[in-house]
Design a binder for this molecule. Structure first.
Ligand code: GLC
Ligand code: GLC
Length: 848
């Protein structure tokens, strides 16, 4: 069953009913100001950091779900409704939500009134703009009263939810003209404030939630002020601060009016937080509330001017930042121009890769939705989604390095800056803070380091950046260790440190020690935790953490370190390059001797030295990760082991909803394995389809020569291909989910944790670099398609290092090798040389 459709011409997903299986969201904003927005107007906004600078409040486990957002109530002669359907849930005669690139447009109609709301976060502006269009579609004049609504969060989202004894006495707000300011804690150590404004005179306001809703026993859906059709003009003082404008509109039949609401954030310098010392607003800045046209004002007395400035001895908050920002959105035309600028920016970003093939689902995935999700994961790591609460995790070291694969061609400068930030959280011994906070860019001490795969992902990230850009100079950039400038060293030294962290921490079989966990956060071989609530990711358990080893890290090592050796060679460090190559050869041997189980690669050795992911285990006999990563790293192409491992994946792990992480799932808790055995069978790492690693198998199949299987696996997890089973899949058909319940789960096929997953970057990488076969390398653009016979011809337009490559592929399939020509001249091998910036190059790949 579908709940909408793709409008490919507009690059939009159109949700056609409010009753989707779960909230289907979009992300607005890409740099500093972010909003999550559901198809019912739910969600929240924050500035840079979803934990420390949360602007609006969101209750994650509310019933009904998704009950906090930005809402517009329409009061039409006693009838109260919302164009977003929520929260009042009055039936709509028309409803549609178009999620586009960085904007969403929700339209609802009832009783002869149509309201369209276009939400977006403009470029270079710390605000969300809501362009509202109200049309009287009936035959008679309409007197409408509109009420906007947002609820403020007291900045620190975690403290906001926990520290009620303090927080309920803190709230302060101020109304100045049509702008409502949220000023909680500004009087003390904050230099920032939020505001919500409309570009029209208002007929009143509310800033106290209980006054607006009608007391503690009333749901927002039944809110008193919209029912009464008159504002409360309440001023928050402690309790729950909100911002609501009341705007009255008289509309002739057929008439349309536009309003621009702006929800914004501004900062003042610490030594210039106040407008003046005297408490008297400068002349010309005294705004009165309720300067509406006389006919609209007649209905009730205009509210008093509220400039209550309870802040510092009557001094007023300095507001020039807000005013300057509001001036950019003073008219609907200005807002539309900013929206057009945003659209142009997205077109530019996504334009670096364009596929035309006979497969619409593949086209829309790689051209639009997968790229879009890659930028979202790059921006937010695993911090804020409808499954990640924004108060838990910061930017993950391994996650961000992998997320980079999805955006390096789109935003190379931001990828570069991110790599330097990440590297700065590395320790001199090569290990790394597992996470850092985006606001401070400092490593997270609570969590610390000790995830032994982390360092290697930095090599992968830097090498992906270099293949895309050729910017070898980044290797000379001085980068602090442990965020300490005194410890700065060239980025290349950080990569070498990553390498020696692995070679310096090998276990009894010559395989890398796993530490607290490797890619699989839930395989905790050193934790031995038996108390509820304890962290699983420790090395507090048995022994000194120097026995349990990871075959996955071994595979990852063989997949990344050859790139490091190449870079060292290019830098003239041939001795070190040779040492790196020797260590890779030794790792291959260790995988060969101790990583092979007979029919597939083992996963690990536990703290007793016993194999994990082996036919000798009664549960968890085969894991997906090493099958993918060892083959990518070059294990077993000649002696049949690569093929055997991938066949074992097909036989034992692949199901209709994707490839499960392991089989058979653990049915009881294994203290020696940790969190992985804590999940019921079929969920999460315990045999769920953990989509993140499926692309590794797709790549491995492409490498090992079965493109049919590779493409089949791709379609099983890619949301556009699952759109038709929306009632089973449940999450958005335009964004990958972290997990789809595996075959052993009672609700197999249900997706969870959509949006913030490494799946986005890896699916993009697997599809474009391996299936479609257009792959950057240090020396040029590789063209080596790996699609099954019958896929048909296709073209890819790819921007690469400033030139445009128009690539035509004919007859991909079997055999895998083709004839390559560049501007009509045959080329040996599969690398198209780097063209001059600005050039357009025609590339033809033909089956022989
Ligand atoms: C989550 C984590 C990621 C980890 C994966 C597997 O997605 O963000 O770092 O690799 O789970 O456990
Ligand atoms: C939990 C999750 C796992 C995630 C980790 C992040 O272990 O199950 O998927 O990677 O938390 O810390």
């Amino acid at each position: 069953m579908q709940f909408g459709y793709f409008d490919d011409a507009a690059s939009e997903y159109v949700v056609t009913t409010p009753d989707t299986p779960l909230p289907w969201i979009n992300y607005l904003g890409s740099q500093d100001f972010f909003s999550l927005l559901s198809h019912r107007g739910g969600g929240y906004s924050f500035y840079r950091d979803a934990k420390l600078r949360r602007l609006t409040r969101f209750r994650y486990q509310s019933i009904p779900a998704d009950n906090d957002g930005r809402y517009l109530f329409v009061h039409d002669g006693g009838d109260v409704w919302n164009p977003t359907f929520a929260p009042a849930q009055a039936a709509l005669e028309e409803y549609e939500c178009r999620h586009g690139l960085g904007y969403s447009r929700i339209t609802g109609a009832r009783g002869g009134v149509r309201v369209g709301l276009t939400f977006f976060v403009p470029l270079d502006a710390a605000c969300e703009v809501q362009l509202v269009t109200v049309t009287n579609t009936g035959e008679a004049p309409k007197d409408l009263t509109l009420f906007s609504y947002v609820e403020w969060c007291l900045w620190d989202a975690l403290d906001d939810a926990l520290n009620l004894q303090r927080n309920l006495s803190l709230a302060e707000a101020e109304v100045d003209g049509s702008t409502i300011y949220h000023l909680t804690e500004y009087r003390e150590r904050r230099n920032h404030y939020a505001f919500y404004s409309v570009n029209a005179p208002i007929d009143g306001f509310d800033t106290d939630r209980d006054a607006f809703v009608g007391g503690p026993w009333t749901a927002l859906a039944e809110a008193a002020v919209p029912r009464a059709g008159r504002p409360g003009n309440s001023v928050a003082s402690g309790w729950y601060p909100i911002a609501s404008h009341c705007v009255r509109l008289a509309l002739a039949p057929g008439e349309t009016r536009e309003l621009v609401f702006v929800l914004g954030y501004a900062e003042n310098p610490d030594d210039a937080k106040w407008e003046n010392g005297s408490g008297v607003a400068p002349e010309g800045e005294r705004h009165e509330v309720g300067r509406s046209a006389p006919h609209e004002m007649g209905r009730h007395a205009p509210p008093e001017v509220r400039r209550a400035a309870p802040h510092e001895m009557g001094r007023l908050v300095r507001k020039d930042g807000a005013r300057a920002l509001l001036a950019r959105f003073a008219t609907a035309d200005q807002a539309r121009a900013e929206l057009a600028r945003l659209a142009a920016s997205w077109a530019g970003l996504l334009g670096h890769f364009h596929l035309e093939s006979a497969d619409d689902k593949l086209n829309r995935s790689v051209n639009v939705w997968n790229q879009y999700q890659c930028l979202v994961t790059f921006n937010l790591s695993r911090s804020a989604s409808y499954f990640e609460t924004g108060i838990g995790r910061g930017m993950g070291f391994r996650d961000s390095n992998q997320d980079l694969l999805g955006v390096v061609a789109m935003v190379p400068d931001r990828a570069r800056a991110r790599l330097l930030d990440l590297a700065a959280t590395q320790f001199t011994d090569g290990s790394a803070y597992h996470q850092y906070q985006p606001l401070t860019k400092r490593g997270n001490h609570d969590l610390g380091s000790g995830f032994n795969d982390d360092p290697l992902w930095l090599i992968w990230g830097v090498s992906a950046y270099l293949k895309e850009t050729g910017d070898l100079a980044i290797l000379d950039e001085p980068v602090p260790f442990d965020n300490d400038a005194a410890l700065a060293a060239p980025l290349l030294d950080h990569l070498v440190a990553s390498w020696y962290h692995v070679v310096g921490n090998l276990g009894p079989h010559g395989l890398p020690l796993i530490g607290r966990a490797d890619w699989n956060d839930c395989l905790n071989l050193n934790a031995f935790t038996a108390s509820p609530g304890e962290s699983f990711q420790t090395t507090a358990g048995r022994g000194d953490g120097r026995i349990a080893e990871s075959v996955f890290i071994a595979g990852l090592f063989t997949a990344t370190c050859p790139d490091l050796a190449d870079l060292l060679d290019r830098r003239g460090e041939t001795g070190l390059a040779a040492q790196v190559r020797d260590s890779v050869a030794a790792m291959h041997e260790a995988i060969h001797d101790h990583g092979w189980d007979g029919a597939w690669f083992r996963r690990a050795y536990d703290a007793f030295g016993a194999p994990v992911g082996s036919a000798t285990n009664d549960e968890g006999q085969i894991y997906v990760e090493p099958q993918g990563m060892c083959v990518i790293g070059g294990a077993g192409p000649d002696d049949g082991r690569a093929r055997a491992a991938l066949d074992a994946v097909a036989a034992r792990l692949a199901g209709e909803h994707g490839i499960a992480l392991l089989a058979p799932p653990y049915t009881r808790y294994h203290v020696e394995l940790g969190e992985i055995s804590s999940y019921p069978p079929g969920y999460k790492e315990n045999g769920g389809v953990f989509c993140h690693n499926n692309p590794w198998i797709i790549m491995a199949e492409a490498i090992a020569g079965d493109p049919g299987r590779a493409f089949d696996y791709y379609r099983r997890i890619t949301p556009a291909y699952r759109e038709a089973i929306g009632q089973v899949h449940m999450t958005e058909p335009y964004a990958y989910a972290q997990m789809i319940a595996g075959p052993a789960a009672p609700r197999s096929g249900q997706a969870k944790n959509s949006w913030l997953t490494g799946t986005a970057a890896w699916a993009w990488h697997a599809a474009t670099c391996w299936l479609l076969g257009v792959r950057p390398s240090l020396d040029g653009l590789v063209v080596a398609p790996r699609l099954p016979a019958g896929f048909g011809d296709y073209t890819v337009t790819r921007r690469f290092r400033g030139a445009t490559y128009r690539i035509t592929v004919t007859g991909a399939g079997t055999p895998a090798t083709g004839r390559l020509s560049v501007d009509g001249v045959a080329v040996d091998g599969d690398v198209v040389p780097v063209a001059a910036p600005g050039a357009t190059v025609d590339v033809l790949w033909q089956a022989p």
